[in-house]
Structure formats: C-alpha cells, structure tokens
Design a protein around this ligand. Structure first.
Ligand SMILES: Cc1cc2nc3c(=O)[nH]c(=O)nc-3n(C[C@H](O)[C@H](O)[C@H](O)COP(=O)(O)OP(=O)(O)OC[C@H]3O[C@@H](n4cnc5c(N)ncnc54)[C@H](O)[C@@H]3O)c2cc1C
Length: 502
C-alpha cells in the first residue's frame, strides 16, 4: 500500500519563522490540494527582534520570486557587507568580518597562504585590504555587484538589515496570496493519536484545527515540540554563557553604515543595526556578571540617537532541541534552538532547516530515517555555528572584567579546539562542504583576534615571490580603485530603493 501523503500542514506561530515556513510551503504547494493553515495569537505577539541577516536570505527571496527592491522598501531595509567588531581583542582595537571571499588563489595556492607568505617576507598589507566588502564598508559605500561586472566588486556578497515586524507582515501577505490560511487565536491544548502523533490543536475559542503535519514556530516555549511532545533541550550555556538581551530602538543619527557594529562590553556585547527609518540596538549579556539595571544603563549610555522605545529585556538559553523534527512535528526558529545573534544566523537556520525538510520530505507516516537524518544535520549546523561564536570570545586578550577572564580560560568544544590547533601550525583549515562559515570567516576572526599561525604552508616556498607580491598588490589596488568610485551607502539607498517615511 502506498503511504498516505501529507494533505494538511498546521503552522503554530506567526513570527519570522512561521511566516517563512508558510511562504516557503505555500509557494511549493500553490498549485496543489495541500492545505496550509497558520495559527497565531495577537495577544502573544512576536518577539520582534532579528534584524540582521546573512547573504543566504537573498537566495530565499529569489527562490520565492520576491523582488529585492520591493522587499527592501517594505521592510525599511539597508545593506550589510559584514560586521565590525570593536573592543573584542583589547579595548580600542577593532576588526571587520566581511561576507564573501578574500582575494584569489595564485598559481593554485590558497589566497590566505599567499598572504601569510607575503607577510613573512615583511609585507604589512592588512588581510582586509583584499576583501571588496571590507573596503566598501570602510569607505561607507555600496553598489550592487551584478552591476559592477568586470571589476573586483563583481564578487561582492551582501545581506540586509531589516525591520523584523515589517518583514513578517511582508511574508504574511506573500504567503496568503499563495493560498495559506491564517487563523487568529490562542492555542490552548494539543491532542495526540495512540501512536503519539499530533492530531490537532484546540484554540481558546473552542475551534479545533486538525492536520497531518505540524510546524512549531511558537517561539522559545516550543508549544508543540516541548510542551506537548517533551522532546528535551540541550543547554549550551557552558560554552556561550550570555543569557539575556536588552533592546531599544533609536532614531537614526549620521550615516547609515552598510554593516552591523558589535562592540564588546563588560559582560557581553552590544549591537547597532541601522535601518532606513531607525536604528536597532541591543546588549547581549550574562546575568552572572551583570544585572538588568546595569545592562540597561550600559545600553542607554552607548546609543547615539533618541530612544524610540522603552528598553525591553529578553531572557534566553543557548542550546538546541534534542530533536528539531519529532514524530509529525518540525520545530523552527526559537522553538528549535537559540544561538546568540552575534553572527545573525537565526533566520538563516529557519530557511536552511526548511530546505532540508523539503529534501527529506515525509509522507504522513513520518519515516524516522528521514527525521533522524534531518536531526543529525540540524545539530551539525548548530554545533558549527556555536563553535564559530565561541571563537569570538575565547581568543580575547581582555582581562578587565570577570566575564572576559572567564572567556579566556573557558573549556572549548572539542572540534573548535582541533580547528584552532590545526590553524596554528601553518594556517590550514579544511571546511566541510555544507558549512555556513567558510575559511574567509574563520581567517577574518583569527586575524582580528590576533591568532597567528607559526608559519605558512611550506609549498609556498616554491612560488616566485616577486610574482606573488605583484599579484597581491594589483588585486588590492584594483579593489581600492573600484570601491572609491562607488556611491555612499546612503546615496545608494536614496536612489535605488528609498523606503517610504513612516
Ligand atoms: C535578542 C535577540 C536578537 C536577535 N537578533 C537576530 C538577528 O539579528 N538576526 C537573526 O537572524 N535572528 C535574530 N534573532 C532571532 C530571531 O528573532 C528569531 O529567530 C526570529 O524572530 C524567529 O522568531 P520565531 O518566529 O521563532 O518566534 P516569535 O517571533 O516569538 O513568534 C512566535 C509566534 O508564536 C505565536 N504563539 C505563541 N504561543 C502561541 C499560542 N499559544 N497560540 C497561538 N500562537 C502562539 C506568537 O503569537 C507568535 O506569532 C534574535 C533573537 C533574540 C532573542
């Protein structure tokens, strides 16, 4: 007998995760009989943070057929070329983590190795002089790479800063157009079959919504995955101890930077995310070293414009659900897990999980071979990102507060330790094919945090150094020259995609 196919999806939660899921599934099934219903409660509302993204967001928009300019205008978005990290290594020092790749290989040799060799020969050109994103960011400029063909800027990679609430509204409209049904109401109970599968959710109004497959996008509490299925959560506070954030929105001051700023503070770090209509700010901190009152004071004394909202404290626990897919329930967004927003990875994890789910798409019976493989890969993604985040902390030279002293002596995750040890020999990194953070990202943080390998790969001694030096010099000059002719980020926003005043 052929297994039954899924005829109805029920999505619980209408935050960014819920509406990305609805838009994605709605788009896939728009010409079919498959029903998709999303339930959300206006009384509970959405978390409303999550304003910095990474480049894969553009791929999602493209795959949904969403026009970039239209999306930017409706979400008050600005462009993002990477993240400026200040005061992480020592107070007063900063570095840039750009999107994209660094330089080009020379005679088949990895670019980073060529740069290391040149450095060993006495060349003091900073690594970031070879990144189009870093150079554009430093100059406060922006230009669309596909309009810069034939220049070194053609490979520029970018993402967006966006208003999370407006993005949710935009995706809702998109999903509803493709046939997704939205129901407003508070889910009060969940009923399960004899086999333990979820059968339906019942709203406070008494309405029962049945389905074959349930997507839990209900936020941190995990209404289905945890409260109903008791899946369990793995706490990673031992590696990433920050467990609270305070946020405030401010009016814009000065130029809109085409990058996020992440500044290390006494017990964590603050973010600054500029949008077209306002700036988002927050302080991610650890309550063992800082009270809410101190965190609010730190944040308010670091902001530039007038506050537009009252400070809001959000508690969280870093970690991941034991199974992101359990029986006929898939958890996405905050219901799936949480890694602090230092590298803006949460929205990406929602869409990556959805893409993987579609590749491993189940029948109504929910074969565990599919969910096991899904869970293995999701965990791998979380671990990879966790390790990359830990790298930002554990390599600090700051010892001015108990928080930073703890970071210096923390126990490292095993794979991160192995990666660091390997890098220190001669700068080697072996990336996994599906890893989000490719070597450029690791090199940027290693370099910015002063982690240096003892030497370079000895095969570089076989290269003609004069030729290598010339090649590095011409690459760097070409980036500088092309970047200098591009418009400022604000000018580009004004001419290409100005958002309406709100
Ligand atoms: C401090 C902080 C900063 C962040 N910054 C970033 C960032 O820069 N970049 C990034 O990518 N991500 C960031 N994130 C993560 C990002 O905010 C979330 O991943 C994203 O918003 C998705 O949230 P969500 O949809 O899972 O949950 P939520 O937005 O909390 O939505 C939950 C939904 O469930 C509904 N709901 C809950 N209970 C019920 C019920 N009983 N009945 C009916 N409906 C219910 C609610 O009404 C709501 O619609 C950040 C998170 C935090 C905490």
């Amino acid at each position: 007998m052929t297994p039954e196919s899924i005829k109805k999806f029920v999505i619980v939660g209408g935050g960014t995760a819920g509406w990305i899921a609805a838009a994605t599934l709605g788009n896939i099934f728009r010409h079919s009989e498959v029903e998709i219903e999303l339930v959300e409660s206006d009384d509970i509302g959405v978390i409303g943070v999550g304003e910095a993204t990474i480049p894969p967001l553009l791929t999602i928009l493209e795959s949904l057929g969403i026009d970039l300019v239209d999306f930017i205008k409706h979400t008050q978005a600005s462009f993002k070329l990477g993240i400026q990290f200040d005061d992480w290594h020592t107070i007063g020092e900063g570095y840039f983590h750009p999107f994209g790749t660094l330089g080009r290989s020379i005679d088949g040799h990895d670019f980073f190795q060529c740069w290391l060799k040149s450095k060993a020969e006495g060349d003091d050109t900073p690594l970031m002089a070879h990144s189009p994103e870093a150079v554009l960011a430093q100059q406060g400029r922006f230009f669309l790479p596909f309009e810069a063909q034939g220049t070194p800027l053609a490979s520029t990679t970018f993402a967006l800063h966006l208003d999370a609430v407006l993005a949710g509204k935009y995706l809702r409209k998109f999903a509803e157009k493709s046939g997704v049904k939205r129901t407003e109401g508070l889910v009060e109970s969940v009923s399960r079959s004899d086999k333990g599968l979820i059968k339906s959710v019942t709203l406070q109004s008494g309405v029962e919504i049945a389905g074959d497959f349930f997507i839990d996008c209900s936020g941190f509490k995990g209404l289905l995955i945890e409260e109903a299925l008791e899946t369990g959560y793995e706490d990673w506070s031992e590696f990433l101890p920050c467990n609270r954030a305070v946020t405030v929105q401010t009016e814009n001051m000065g130029d809109t930077t085409p990058y996020t700023i992440a500044t290390a503070r006494a017990a964590g770090w603050t973010w600054r995310i500029p949008l077209q209509h306002r700036t988002g700010n927050g302080y991610v901190f650890c309550d063992k070293y800082c009270s809410d009152e101190e965190a609010i004071e730190t944040l308010l004394s670091s902001i530039e414009g007038q506050p537009l909202t009252e400070p809001r404290v959000i508690p969280f626990t870093t970690g991941v659900r034991h199974k992101a897919w359990n029986q006929n329930c898939l958890a996405l967004g905050l219901a799936q897990g949480f890694l602090e927003p230092l590298e803006s990875t949460a929205i990406h994890l929602v869409s990556k999980s959805l893409a993987l789910f579609v590749r491993l798409f189940p029948t109504a019976e929910c074969d565990t071979q599919l969910s096991d493989e899904f869970n293995r890969r999701v965990r791998q993604d979380y671990e990879e990102i966790r390790d990359f985040l830990v790298l930002h902390y554990c390599t600090t030279q700051r010892d001015d507060t108990p928080f930073w002293r703890w970071c210096q002596q923390m126990e490292l995750p095993v794979k991160l330790k192995a990666k660091l040890d390997l890098f220190k020999v001669h700068g080697g990194l072996i990336p996994g094919t599906e890893e989000l953070f490719q070597p450029t990202s690791w090199y940027a943080v290693f370099d910015g945090m002063g982690v240096e390998p003892v030497g370079y790969n000895p095969t570089l001694d076989a290269i003609d150094y004069h030729k290598l030096k010339q090649s590095l010099h011409s690459g760097k000059t070409a980036i500088q020259t092309s970047a200098a002719t591009q418009p400022s980020h604000d000018e580009f926003l004004r001419t290409y995609c100005p958002a309406p005043k709100i």
